[in-house]
Design a binder for this molecule. Structure first.
Ligand SMILES: [Zn+2]
Length: 378
């Protein structure tokens, strides 16, 4: 796997300028969110430098990008040979869009031909500098990009989609609205937990995931509610570590099912994942040899769940699940499915029908059945 250059600190802007100074002259493609780029102070720090170099600024796209958005943006871009780098400053979706452009810009493979199965992915060689403006997705540390096609979520992956330089600037997080910070912070915590119990976990991924869960757990409330600088730096670190961990293991059942909650009920990603992680923590704790998907066996999985429970300062999976739910409530996130619009049998069936993304659900340590999924929402 390729190595990534990484820096975390409030003086990250100077590091970005130094990085750009060291590469050949040429324009920069800048991708940002709409309001956050200005409100976070990113613009103030970056625009003067980029003005001297020449840049194209793209910010007119939505969260959870669709393949049509990617095609539209690509059709607006000029010749990639005038450019020397891509910079993405924003949340997970902004960084994902930057990866998607990198994957298809100026290539023979188009988004459509790739999804039709006619072409292989061959991302362009422009270095990508990723600067997350929320703490959560860890997208700056992964080789994956999420894109939606006809309401269905896909994850594309390629080693060259791992950003060449990731720069985490904790002070950027100060201006994130509380409900966004709460949801993305839950994503960081849950990605750590899912990576820890993933059937693909390795010694390295578990070390990264453990540190990430510890940091997210102690910092989430202080970072989201009080915006305490030290807690923001810890949560930013947790998010990056969880990204590194899932870059090895990928995510599991809570992520697989969460996309249906986001697509059909508009529940923000981290919020949806948080609801499901608290459920699947208890579900996975009851794994048996008969329904265990991890080749290391049910005892190994139970031990892993026990370790997660301990990291959360609890004694049982039920207690840990309650603690996660309590944290979500303290962060102002609704935890009742009915109040979130999942009310009828039809609503539940729609989620169950769409929640079995095989790219993710088979990474879960315990086999997930339709019946088990029905139980979550009843
Ligand atoms: Zn996530």
């Amino acid at each position: 796997m390729p190595e990534q250059q990484h820096y975390q600190g409030d003086d990250g802007w100077a590091k970005i300028c130094a990085y750009l100074d060291a590469i050949p002259e040429g324009k920069v493609l800048l991708l940002t969110g709409q309001a956050a780029y200005h409100n976070s102070g990113a613009e103030q720090n970056l625009a003067p430098y980029l003005a001297g170099r020449g840049y194209t600024h793209i910010y007119d796209f939505q969260t959870n990008p669709k393949i049509e958005d990617v095609s539209r943006l690509l059709s607006q871009l000029d010749d990639k040979h005038d450019y020397q780098a891509i910079i993405a400053v924003g949340g997970g979706s902004v960084i994902d869009v930057a990866k998607l452009l990198k994957a298809f810009w100026g290539n023979a493979a188009t988004v459509e031909s790739y999804f039709n199965g006619d072409d292989k992915l061959s991302p362009c060689a422009l270095p990508l500098i990723a600067v997350p403006s929320t703490a959560g997705s860890g997208s700056e540390a992964t080789r994956f990009a999420v894109v939606y096609k006809d309401k269905e979520k896909f994850s594309i992956e390629h080693d060259r989609l791992l950003p060449e330089f990731s720069v985490v600037i904790p002070s950027l997080l100060t201006s994130v609205p509380p409900h966004v910070a709460a949801s993305s912070g839950m994503d960081a915590l849950c990605q750590g937990i899912e990576s820890y119990w993933s059937i693909h976990s390795t010694e390295e991924s578990r070390r990264l995931a453990k540190e990430s869960i510890e940091l997210a757990w102690i910092s989430l409330h202080k970072a989201v509610i009080e915006k305490e600088p030290e807690a923001l730096a810890q949560l930013a670190r947790a998010s990056h570590l969880a990204g590194q961990a899932i870059n090895i293991t990928k995510t599991t059942a809570p992520h697989a099912v969460s996309y249906a909650l986001t697509t059909f009920h508009g529940i923000p990603h981290g919020h949806a994942v948080g609801l499901l992680t608290s459920y699947f923590l208890q579900y996975n704790a009851l794994v048996t040899q008969a329904d265990c998907l991890d080749s290391r066996g049910a005892i190994w999985v139970k031990q892993s769940i026990h370790e997660i429970v301990k990291i959360l300062g609890c004694h049982s999976a039920e207690q840990a699940a309650s603690a996660i739910t309590q944290l979500m409530e303290d962060l102002g996130l609704e935890t009742n499915f009915k109040n979130l619009g999942i009310q009828t049998e039809q609503d539940i069936t729609q989620i169950v029908d769409n929640g079995f993304n095989p790219q993710r659900i088979n990474n879960n340590p315990r086999r997930v059945t339709r019946e088990a999924l029905y139980q979550v929402f009843r």
